[in-house]
Design a protein around this ligand. Structure first.
Ligand code: CA
Length: 229
């Protein structure tokens, strides 16, 4: 069961570097997917839906720059942070890397400690609940580190699925999530669950959130899915 655990896609053609990166990211608690070239990276992005991508610039055939450019023009992948790795140190290349839409840029040889810090920083921005932060929406407070939820100061008890559901919704208030997207994010892609299960758990979450007398913060969007606020 890997739902809720952030996935990092490592794209690096040099096997030793790929393994070291994967090892260190797993030690940090991430789920790691690895690609050794640009084509494989693009396939794995669809299969694994990574939360962040560490992307080598110099790859055979489809370069890292091209992978980055493609992902940043697709509406479904545009918001996935990309950290580019490159042996190039010229300022002009750095600028070019950022112009393709990369969110950060690290020059080889890099310090693993520094790279991990940058991965965490990008993740805090893109997936605050997965990074263990405290999220707030109106009078609802979710502490991803202690797994506690309060509403208007009163503790709300949630099951593990409802907790993951609420953290997902609280990361992007106002965003409408389809049932399929919630299944992927909350239950994980490896598990077969019927989309009606989403409705059941949204119902339970609603009940818990309104138990202390507050209004229902969840919105059902007909034909589309659910949103918070
Ligand atoms: Ca390379």
């Amino acid at each position: 069961m890997t739902a809720g655990q952030p996935t990092v896609l490592v794209v690096e053609d040099e096997p030793a570097q790929r393994e070291v990166l994967g090892y260190n990211l797993e030690a940090e608690g991430f789920r790691v997917a690895k690609a050794e070239n640009g084509e494989e990276a693009l396939l794995l992005v669809d299969e694994e839906q990574p939360d962040i991508i560490v992307l080598d610039w110099m790859l055979p055939n489809v370069s890292g720059i091209e992978v980055c450019r493609q992902l940043k023009t697709r509406s479904d992948t545009r918001n996935v942070p990309i950290i580019m790795l490159s042996a190039r140190s010229e300022e002009v290349d750095r600028v070019r890397g950022l112009e393709t839409g990369a969110d950060d840029y690290v020059i080889k040889p890099y310090s693993v400690v520094e790279l991990m810090a940058r991965v965490r920083a990008q993740l805090r921005r893109a997936r605050p609940a997965a990074a263990g932060l405290r999220l707030e929406f109106e009078d609802i407070v979710l502490d991803a580190e202690t797994h506690r939820v309060t509403r208007d100061g009163q503790e709300i008890k949630l099951g593990p699925t409802e907790f993951r559901l609420l953290s997902t919704l609280m990361e992007k208030p106002g965003r409408v999530w389809s049932r399929e997207q919630l299944l992927d994010r909350v239950w994980g892609r490896d598990i077969y669950v019927d989309t009606r299960t989403v409705d059941v758990h949204v119902g339970r979450l609603r009940k818990s959130l309104t138990a202390t007398g507050g209004t229902d913060p969840l919105r059902t969007v007909r034909g589309a899915g659910y949103a918070l606020g």
